[in-house]
Design a protein around this ligand. Sequence first.
Ligand SMILES: [Zn+2]
Length: 456
Amino acid sequence: MKYTCWGAAKQVTGSMHLLQLDSGYTILIDCGIDYEDKTNKEINAQFPFDAREVDVLILTHAHIDHSGNIPNLVKHGFKGEIICTEPTAYLLEKLWIDSVNIQNNNSKRRKSVRLYGFKEVKDANEQLLTANFYERIELNEAVAFTLLEAGHIIGAASVRLEITENNETKIIGFTGDLGNPGSKLIVDAVPMKGLDVLVTETTYGNRHHKEKRTPEEVLIERVTKTCVNQEGRLIIPAFSVGRTQAILFTLKKLFNEGKLPPIRVFADSPLALASNNIHNRFSDYLNEETRNDKRDTEGSLFDFKSLYLVEDDDDVEDMEMYRDACIIVSSAGMLEGGRIQHHISDHIQNPLCTILIAGFCSPGTLGAQLLEGQSQIRIKGKDKYVYATVMQTDVFSAHPDTQGLQDYFAASDSDTLQQIFFVHGEDHAMHDLKELLPAPLQQKVTIPSRGEGFEL
Ligand SMILES: [Zn+2]
């Protein structure tokens, strides 16, 4: 069989991995949108293979850089099943509709081409088939797979494939995105055993998570300084799926335990509210702390007295009229689009405001510009000075750091492991990580370029 890395090669977005068996049977793992390769305008619009020849798509998780181009694959003639966990399937519909709305807005402003519309989203939804973790599924006589918990976001899976060719069975594992061990809400990743080939994410290949405190300690300190002592506002940009829920859940605990005074919290992202509901519905997929909370409170995981969900225009007006100290959790995480832009634009010149960036920001994004300490930014067509305090925390990170990855490899290593492919990371981070591995593992590592194919 042949493995070709068609996305997230030496970068973190656009995950797409093709496995072509000698029999012609073709499996695609993930089909995400590439946000980074600006040299190729057609990168997302066209596929480098015939979509009609893909027999099945196995999806690791709902994040748009893994799932966002699936309706376009369907538009190009893919007729097979799209297999993922149930929470992923529920998240997908919301994320794809959001993606269509963003594409429509961007194409009006000629910022990018429209990849697909609501019809293709509907068609893709009809091809979804859900699978449970640890359930071994036989696709045909030669191919079976099992989804294992990846610990990244709700429903996120690693894919362990068993492929038999010429009377020999090979085990090939795709990690998808892994989680940071001990994350809020999410269970820890389960390493795949007995692999011949491992295709692994390396997002934080050369970084150490710096924060040694708990999420509770970080939020107590920041909310106390900004909202209690300064009576200012704390703005937390956060991705709608995963990060927002981890922050709201932590704040709920702190308010309910009386560790913070009841400061108003605005959750301002329609997609995040839909994602809250999916977390509540599929709380069985979350970690023990979260399941116990759900059982003990018999309520929503994210409801607390001072939480204000911003759902319609009236809510937006209420929020904009609110002048007291408050916390605003809004998307998108790298500050590149979405409702967060309004909050940043309105408060970047407010010295009583703190912007707490709760994750990684790709180079060139507005979030990265703020973290570099720029004294002036351009937002919503205007130049503005930065008088707000800008801070970053990695305590809510949804990926393992370099040590976490090395621990994962050690747990997956076995006598059978012959090849490791590094994907979903920046080139230099991958090389740094490779250098850190023990020699026997290091020799097995390949860092593929986009389109590079390998006989397995
Ligand atoms: Zn992800």
